[in-house]
Ligand binder design. Sequence first.
Ligand SMILES: *[C@@H]1O[C@H](CO)[C@@H](O)[C@H](O)[C@H]1NC(C)=O
Ligand SMILES: *[C@@H]1O[C@H](CO)[C@@H](O)[C@H](O)[C@H]1NC(C)=O
Ligand SMILES: *[C@@H]1O[C@H](CO)[C@@H](O)[C@H](O)[C@H]1NC(C)=O
Length: 429
Amino acid sequence: MKFVLNLLALAGLCVAAPSPQLEQHANKVTVAERAVWPNGPLVTSGRWIHDASGANVTYAGANWPGAADVMIPEGLQYQSIATIVGKIKSLGMNAVRLTFAIQMVDEIYANGGKDITLQTAFTQALGQANGVKVLNQVLAKNPSFTASTTRLQVFDAVAAELAKQQIYVHLDNHISKGMWCCSTDDGNSWWGDKYFNITNWTRGLAYMADHGKSWTGLTSVGLRNEPREPTSNSALSKSTYNWESWYKYIKLGAEAVHSKNPDLLIFLSGLSYDTYLTPVVRGTALTPGTGKFSFGDFPGYANKLVLEIHNYDNGATSCSSLQSSLTNNGFQAHGGGAGVNVFPVMLTEFGFQMDASTWKGVYASCLASFLPAQKAGWFIWVLAGSYYIRSGTQDYEEGWGLLTHDWSAWRSPSYVNGALLSMVKNTLS
Ligand SMILES: *[C@@H]1O[C@H](CO)[C@@H](O)[C@H](O)[C@H]1NC(C)=O
Ligand SMILES: *[C@@H]1O[C@H](CO)[C@@H](O)[C@H](O)[C@H]1NC(C)=O
Ligand SMILES: *[C@@H]1O[C@H](CO)[C@@H](O)[C@H](O)[C@H]1NC(C)=O
């Protein structure tokens, strides 16, 4: 996540009402079909996502980061995986955006196909003394692990518990080098940036898509979090930071995922920290070239593509302008219209200070009504009450976390009870 001022809000467009024809498909789901959660593979049908029984599915969930320096899902030194998943479930949420770093997969390849252990991961990231201390806390809270459990086995255990509690996993490639994300000069910003090797990226996506076949609840993958201008590399920025190159890379990533695991939905994220996908939605030229987005470029899996955008216009003062910018930046794809490419669209990141009042402001309350009204999927940033390490600070306090520092309680009970529970319910109803 990253604060970003949205300079791209073009005023004026409205979202068309959902087509009345869609109402004809009455929901005839048998008990047997419902029983086999997650009832995948999920596919898109226009702006909707359907499960194998044809029922609509969307996501209402939280981001659970696992892509920072230690490269394992956060919070396990404070709570067991089952406890954390239980908290998500208690909100009525049905999905988690689980983030991972390509570096984790690079290290698996470099280590002869075996991932490194928790002992190594924690001591490398936190230093010998703190690494051992935090590792021991993780093992005390999660006694099925040992010091030689690998990071990937922790991801497996998280995915298994999420499946047990019937929560979909959306696996997100958040970054290449495991660290706090994102800035334009962090070496992870754009394809070809210092740490963002394109071959490693497609290899990492393919590896996780293949590995994820063993995760019952894995239904989708995000190709890359928040593509952004590589400001520390002006040659790269001038030559490829544009929609034409974006499309070339997105097709490579989509193919890497699809060829290994054709069941997964594939989420596409846009430029400028994934704040907009307008040329894809409107079918205009992917500049500086003249080519356009085409579903035909994804042969056999055009019905697997979902758009994701992020929004951190926390200073918004008008809900109607925030809604029109969301529409122009991506949600127009729900409405259709002349020349518009229709996709499901999700807001995979938004968030704000978890205190007694911020949630009552324009930004948070506008999203709390806009997203359920659209029946659009979303993931709030962020579940984490703290991080193992963020930007060099260990045990970093996350004021935007749904959970408190030790992941034991809601940081803003008034938000949870006053808005979040109904936002989940209204999205999934
Ligand atoms: C999906 O939801 C929309 C809006 O509620 C509805 O019109 C449509 O019929 C639903 N589709 C199915 C297959 O249930
Ligand atoms: C790509 O992966 C290899 C290990 O297979 C690693 O040595 C290399 O540093 C990675 N490249 C980048 C840019 O991270
Ligand atoms: C990317 O990594 C691959 C090996 O993983 C290497 O062969 C290639 O040269 C690297 N590309 C760049 C631009 O460094």
